[in-house]
Design a protein around this ligand. Structure first.
Ligand code: ADP
Ligand code: MG
Length: 376
C-alpha cells in the first residue's frame, strides 16, 4: 500500500512538485525595486493529492506525525496554525481569488531542508497551489500562481516576503537562472549551466543559530526607505551606478551611506553577472559573487562568522567565487567551484568549521532545475 492510501484510505489522483531556490546574486535588492537572479534547486516539495467532494481538507507531511483537518469554507487567516498554515494558506488564497477548488487530501513529502533559507515555505505553498488547481483541471499562468502564493505567505502565514521565491519555484527552467526585474515585473531566462563549463555550484547550509533575523531585516529595510526619501526617489533602484558617489555625498548618516552603497553596487553586479552569463563567460561571474559577499559583510552587515568562514574557506580552497545567499544572519553560502574540486572545497569548509568549533555544515549540489510541475 502506498503511504498516501495508508494515511487517507484512498488512492491519490496525482502528484505535483515545486522546487526550492537559491539566489545567485542580488541580495536585499527586492524591496528596493531591484534585480534578482535565482535558480530552482533539484530539491523540491512533492504534494500527492486526491480530490474530495465534501469541501474538507486533510493534510499530512512525512516530517510530522499528525493529520490536520479543516474545511474550505472555514479557512481564514489564523484558523490553521504551524506547518499546515502553508497548505491552508494556499487553499485560502485560491478560494479568495475565485477558483473552485473544493476539498482535498494532501500528503507533503520533501527533500528540501526546512528553515535553511532555501525557501521550503514558498515551495510548499506553490506545490499545494498547483496540486489544488491540477486536481480540478484548472490552468493558471505560473507567474499568477507565484503572486497568489506570495499573497498567501504575506496574508495567511503572516511573513512579509517578496515575490522572488515564489517566482523562482514557479517560473525557473532547467539550465537557466531567472533574471527578475522587480520594478518592471519582467523575467528573462539566462543560460546558467555550470556543469557545461566544468564547474559546480555548491550550496552549504552553515547551520548558524538564528540571531534577531526579523529585527535586523526590518532595520535594513528602514534604512533603505529612509535613504530613498532623503534622496527624493521612490526606491534605491532609481540611483544609477554612475550617480552613486553623488548620492552618497548627499546622505547625512554614515551607516545609511554604506547600506545604499551595497544596494546600488549589488544591482550593478546582477547586471554584470547577467551580461557575462549571456556571453558564456561563467568563470568571470565568480569574482562578482565574492564582491557581493564583501559588500554584504562590510556595507550591509548581514553576515555572521559562520558565513564569512565558509566563504573564506571556499575561496582559499580555490573556488572561482563564493558568497552568502538569502537574507543573511545565517542560512547558506554558494560557491562556484571547478567540478573536480567540489569535494575538496566542501572538506576545506568542514575543516574550517571544526577548527572554529562551529556546528558541522551540510551541503547540496545545485543543478539549475525546472519550476513547479505535475509529476504523475
Ligand atoms: P525556508 O523557507 O527558508 O525553508 P521558512 O521558515 O520560511 O524557511 O519556512 C519553513 C517552514 O515551512 C517550516 O517551519 C514548516 O512550517 C514549513 N515546511 C517546510 N517544509 C515542510 C515539510 N516538508 N512539511 C511540512 N511543513 C514544511
Ligand atoms: Mg521561507
Amino acid at each position: 500500500m502506498s503511504k498516501f492510501s495508508e494515511v487517507f484510505g484512498v488512492e491519490p489522483d496525482g502528484a505535483w512538485r515545486a522546487p526550492g531556490r537559491v539566489n545567485l546574486i542580488g541580495e536585499h535588492t527586492d524591496y528596493n525595486d531591484g534585480l534578482v537572479l535565482p535558480i530552482a534547486l533539484p530539491n523540491r516539495i512533492v504534494v500527492t493529492a486526491s480530490a474530495r467532494s465534501d469541501g474538507q481538507f486533510a493534510v499530512a507531511s512525512s516530517g510530522h506525525s499528525d493529520t490536520i483537518e479543516f474545511s474550505l469554507a472555514g479557512i481564514e487567516p489564523g484558523s490553521v496554525a504551524d506547518w499546515a498554515a502553508y497548505p491552508a494558506g494556499a487553499a485560502w488564497v485560491l478560494r479568495e481569488a475565485g477558483f473552485e477548488i473544493g476539498g482535498a487530501n494532501l500528503l507533503v513529502d520533501s527533500d528540501l531542508p526546512s528553515g535553511a533559507g532555501l525557501s521550503s515555505s514558498a515551495a510548499l505553498l506553490c506545490a499545494t497551489a498547483v496540486a489544488l488547481l491540477g486536481l480540478r483541471g484548472l490552468e493558471v499562468d505560473p507567474a499568477e500562481v507565484a503572486r497568489l502564493a506570495q499573497r498567501a505567505e504575506n496574508q495567511y502565514v503572516g511573513a512579509p516576503v517578496g515575490l522572488m521565491d515564489q517566482m523562482a519555484s514557479m517560473c525557473c527552467t532547467a539550465g537557466h537562472a531567472l533574471y527578475f526585474d522587480i520594478r518592471a515585473m519582467t523575467t528573462d531566462q539566462i543560460p546558467f549551466d555550470p556543469a557545461a563549463d566544468g564547474l559546480g555550484l555548491l550550496v552549504v547550509d552553515v547551520k548558524a543559530p538564528h540571531r534577531h533575523v526579523d529585527g535586523e531585516y526590518a532595520a535594513r529595510r528602514r534604512s533603505c526607505e529612509q535613504a530613498a526619501a532623503e534622496l527624493g526617489v521612490p526606491a534605491l533602484r532609481s540611483i544609477a551606478f554612475d550617480q552613486l558617489d553623488e548620492a552618497l555625498a548627499r546622505l547625512s548618516d554614515d551607516v545609511v551611506r554604506r547600506r545604499v552603497r551595497h544596494v546600488v553596487t549589488e544591482i550593478r553586479r546582477v547586471e554584470e553577472a547577467v551580461e557575462l552569463m549571456r556571453a558564456g563567460r561563467l568563470r568571470e561571474v565568480g569574482p562578482l559573487f565574492t564582491a557581493s559577499h564583501v559588500s554584504m559583510r562590510d556595507d550591509f552587515e548581514i553576515t555572521v562568522p559562520e558565513l564569512d568562514v565558509a566563504v573564506d574557506a571556499a575561496l582559499a580552497a580555490g573556488a572561482v567565487g563564493a558568497r552568502m545567499t538569502g537574507g543573511g544572519f545565517g542560512g547558506c553560502i554558494i560557491a562556484l567551484v571547478e567540478a573536480d574540486a567540489v569535494d575538496a572545497t566542501l572538506a576545506a569548509i568542514e575543516k574550517a568549521f571544526a577548527d572554529h568549533g562551529f556546528t558541522a555544515p551540510t551541503s547540496l549540489a545545485a543543478t539549475p532545475s525546472p519550476g513547479a510541475s505535475r509529476i504523475s
